[in-house]
Write a protein that binds this ligand. Structure first.
Ligand code: SF4
Ligand code: MG
Length: 330
């Protein structure tokens, strides 16, 4: 069952002079209880804006979200309650920490705002420090600048967990860490997900990291979902040309397993007034006449459980095969 359902979420930023940044443009997806949904795509594809709308840090222009079946911001689930149940960890480990507060005060701050006594909030903070692998006796009274980046990110994770959330959004949360520290924090995140019954949305530009931690993956391009599905199915048999190109560029892909797709060329995605039809068409080696005219629907493609979808005119729905490139689509 879904914990979060996003329905036609849309967020545009008008720039004046008629230009509009279509950062998130009618995005539909669900995150199942207890899973990790990875989100990938080049920068400018709308991953972070999607995260900020899901967190309700910025309001959507259109669309709605259901959290455990209730409308976010509706009468049964106020924004205040939703914001307790959904928490976020950012790339910049300094971003959420007040430099003037000790680590334990930073972690305890949220619960005290929500009515927990200071003494209980501090007890909770120390317990969480232990759980994220930082000895409270050594770390509770320190300040953010006295910690390494990896330690600070553990504090941010503890801080995100202090309100007892069910959904945690990790936006490039390990991207600034050294590779060895990154692996430790990824393992910690996996353990905490089990221990606390969490659901994650894990945003990263690093396809290897996303493969390691995710159950399903959503690929975004210029504010739209172009492919979504179970992680190994998607990595082993990408259906959308954009996914194929992204994966071809992955350094550690086994060369025998690489989809022999040309790496990405052409201009990087620019969400200001994106192209008509399929937004990927100016860069797509398979583009046909129809691709610049009609927007492809996100249709079910081959998958074991029917949840795999791709948005490409050349995909034959349900078959796991593409149309012959020479055939024009009706
Ligand atoms: Fe390429 Fe056309 Fe498919 Fe878009 S719809 S990915 S342009 S083949
Ligand atoms: Mg980003």
């Amino acid at each position: 069952t879904p914990l979060l359902q996003a329905k036609t979420l849309t967020k545009h930023f008008p720039l004046g002079g008629g230009a509009v940044v279509r950062a998130v443009d009618g995005v539909d997806f669900a995150v199942m209880k207890g899973e990790t949904l990875g989100v990938v795509g080049e920068s400018g594809c709308g991953k972070s804006t999607t995260a900020r709308v899901v967190m309700q840090l910025i309001p959507q222009d259109k669309g709605e979200m259901l959290f455990d079946g209730e409308i976010v911001g509706g009468k049964d689930l106020t924004l205040k309650e939703y914001r307790r149940q959904a928490q976020m960890v950012f790339q910049d480990s300094y971003a959420s920490l007040n430099p003037r507060l000790t680590i334990e005060d930073s972690i305890a701050f949220g619960p005290t705002v929500h009515g927990v006594s200071k003494a209980n909030a501090i007890l909770k903070a120390r317990d969480l420090l232990q759980r994220v692998g930082l000895d409270p006796a050594r770390f509770a009274a320190r300040y953010p600048h006295e910690l390494s980046g990896g330690q600070r990110q553990r504090v941010n994770i503890a801080r995100a967990l202090a309100l007892g959330p069910r959904l945690v959004i990790l936006d490039e949360a390990v991207s600034a860490l050294d590779k060895s520290v990154e692996a430790q924090v990824l393992n910690l995140l996996a353990d905490l997900r089990e221990e606390f019954g969490l659901t994650y949305i894990f945003i990263s530009h690093d396809l290897n990291v996303v493969r390691f931690i995710s159950d399903r993956v959503m690929v975004m391009y210029l504010g739209e979902v172009v492919e979504i599905g179970a992680v190994e199915e998607l990595y082993n048999d990408p259906r959308h040309p954009y996914t194929k190109a992204l994966l071809s560029a992955m350094p550690s892909m086994d060369p025998d397993n690489r989809t022999m797709e040309a790496p990405l060329t052409g201009d990087p995605p620019n969400p200001i007034n994106p192209p008509e039809g399929c937004r990927f068409h100016p860069r797509c080696p398979h583009a046909q006449t129809i691709c610049s005219k009609a927007k492809p629907a996100l249709v079910v493609t081959a998958s074991e459980d029917g949840t795999r979808r791709a948005a490409c005119h050349m995909e034959i729905p349900g078959s796991g095969h593409s149309r012959a490139p020479s055939l024009e689509v009706a």
